[in-house]
Ligand binder design. Structure first.
Ligand code: ATP
Ligand code: CA
Ligand code: CA
Length: 433
């Protein structure tokens, strides 16, 4: 099933909400950016500021708006510093999220009821979140900040802002702005949402026939014998970062997150797009059994091609290497893209290029990140685990991967052969007895 991504225009049910979100972001981000930079204080993490947008008057502080609404901005100093750490250009961020260009809505609400909106250039995602997720993010913000500080290459979702909007007579809507892991200019041929659990983690292959771009899960990964093809340096670096990230999530008692893996097949390239340059393909809806992860087709902003060209030019001009974290980083790739060029895992054309054992580039680009990491292992989840545990092997429910996911082709082949020879010797033993 292919669903056409909804452009949030004036007729869209969520137009006013989206418009107000963008107006609020624009106002609060400009406001904090206008101030002289300073060091963070502990109080910055708990800070919140409320603004009233008024259709008729406006005042000397807040410009008059198209609609009446209230907007709350959380920890603006912290997020300003986070955006800088993630190397976003402040002007660029505002440009992408300007309310003149309304966003596209990604799919219908899933199990969690969250809505996803793309910025007009598809760089950013706005995700509406539950109050509990909002409270959790505020609580863990100092730890998250420290983690980002110590781990510039963290794979955990990059949060750029936390806000709340409330329309007259409407309910309060909390949302975060974060990075879109998938690039607008590359086809993602396969997507996996991996939790390291095999219970109920299967996308029916029949669903996949209907929609070849649907988001697959752990069992699909295992069944395909999939692995990320990395040489030793990249593998060590990736595994080390993943460990550190998961360690943090474990310490914060967060669960239900997944490693999102998008795979671009370099040989297949952008075939679909060559046929129709105006269409972009996205794969949202990881976990939605009922939604079967619809494939989205969206119009590309015409500016995109130009931006890509400009980027290519800039890339030719400055061929910088990503900041090395340790020895492994010294062997990291050197293909780099604007703000992403500093991030080891997002530096190869916005992603992480596969490599052969000998360091030669492989045939795939991986787009990776740990997403959906704002669910606390609270009472509800404890119960869920308990009930799942009644009927299934409890050891398989854990979100912590117990099986490596990176392997070089050579290593995979070695393992396959050793499995085969184990089987063989097992059969021999059996036939002897
Ligand atoms: P649930 O709680 O039911 O899993 P959710 O509403 O919390 O759903 P997520 O798990 O965060 O949603 O994301 C659902 C899907 O949306 C993912 O599987 C992925 O396909 C897409 N998605 C989410 N975040 C990103 C991102 N940062 N970049 C690209 N795609 C994303
Ligand atoms: Ca999820
Ligand atoms: Ca969720």
């Amino acid at each position: 099933r292919v669903i056409v991504g909804t452009k949030v225009d004036q007729n869209h049910v969520n137009y006013v909400t989206a418009y107000n979100m963008l107006t609020g972001i624009r106002f609060t981000v400009s406001r904090i950016n206008a101030k002289m930079d300073r060091e963070l204080t502990p109080a910055d993490f708990g800070a919140k500021h409320k603004f009233s947008f008024d259709i008729s008057t406006g005042n000397e502080l807040i410009p008059s708006a198209k609609y009446d609404f209230k907007f709350k901005d959380y920890a603006p100093w912290v997020f300003r510093h986070l955006r800088a750490k993630f190397r976003l250009d402040p002007a660029d961020y505002l440009m992408s999220l300007t309310s003149k260009y309304i966003l596209s809505e990604l799919g219908s609400p899933g199990k969690s009821g969250s809505f996803f909106y793309f910025s007009r250039d598809y760089k950013y995602i706005i995700k509406t979140i539950h109050h509990a997720e909002h409270k959790l993010l505020r609580k863990i913000l100092p730890e998250y900040y420290r983690h980002v500080e110590k781990n510039p290459n963290t794979l955990i979702s990059q949060f750029y802002g936390l806000h709340r909007v409330k329309m007259a007579y409407g309910r309060k809507i909390h949302f975060v702005v974060m990075n879109n892991l998938f690039p607008p200019h590359r086809d993602i041929h396969q997507t996996f949402d991996l939790k390291g659990s095999t219970i109920g983690r299967d996308l029916q292959e029949s669903d996949l026939e209907r929609n070849p771009r649907a988001t697959m899960k752990d069992l699909n990964w295992v069944r395909r014998n999939r692995y990320l093809q990395c040489g030793p340096a990249k593998r060590d670096f990736f595994v080390e970062q993943l460990k550190r990230d998961v360690e943090l999530l474990k310490r914060l008692k967060i669960m239900d997150y997944s490693l999102l893996v998008g795979i671009h097949d370099v040989e297949r390239g952008n075939e679909e797009k060559l046929r129709d340059k105006t269409l972009q393909v996205f794969q949202p809806g990881g976990d939605r059994e009922d939604e079967a992860s619809p494939n989205m087709l969206m119009r590309t902003p015409s500016k995109l091609e130009n931006e890509r060209k400009a980027r290519e030019l800039r890339m030719l001009i400055k061929r910088e290497r990503p900041v090395p974290l340790d020895k492994a980083a010294a062997k990291m790739p050197e293909e780099i893209l604007d703000e992403r060029k500093y991030h080891v895992f997002y530096a190869d054309d916005g992603g992480f290029r596969a490599t052969h054992e000998n360091g030669q580039p492989g045939e795939e680009i991986y787009y990776l990140g740990i997403i959906d990491c704002l669910t606390h292992y609270g009472t509800v989840k404890k119960l869920e685990n308990f009930f799942k545990g009644l009927s299934n092997d409890r050891s398989q429910i854990s979100p912590i991967p117990r099986r490596g996911i990176t392997m070089s082709k050579e290593e995979a082949e070695r393992r396959r052969q050793s499995r085969a020879s184990n089987r063989q010797s097992g059969e021999n033993r059996q036939s002897r007895s």
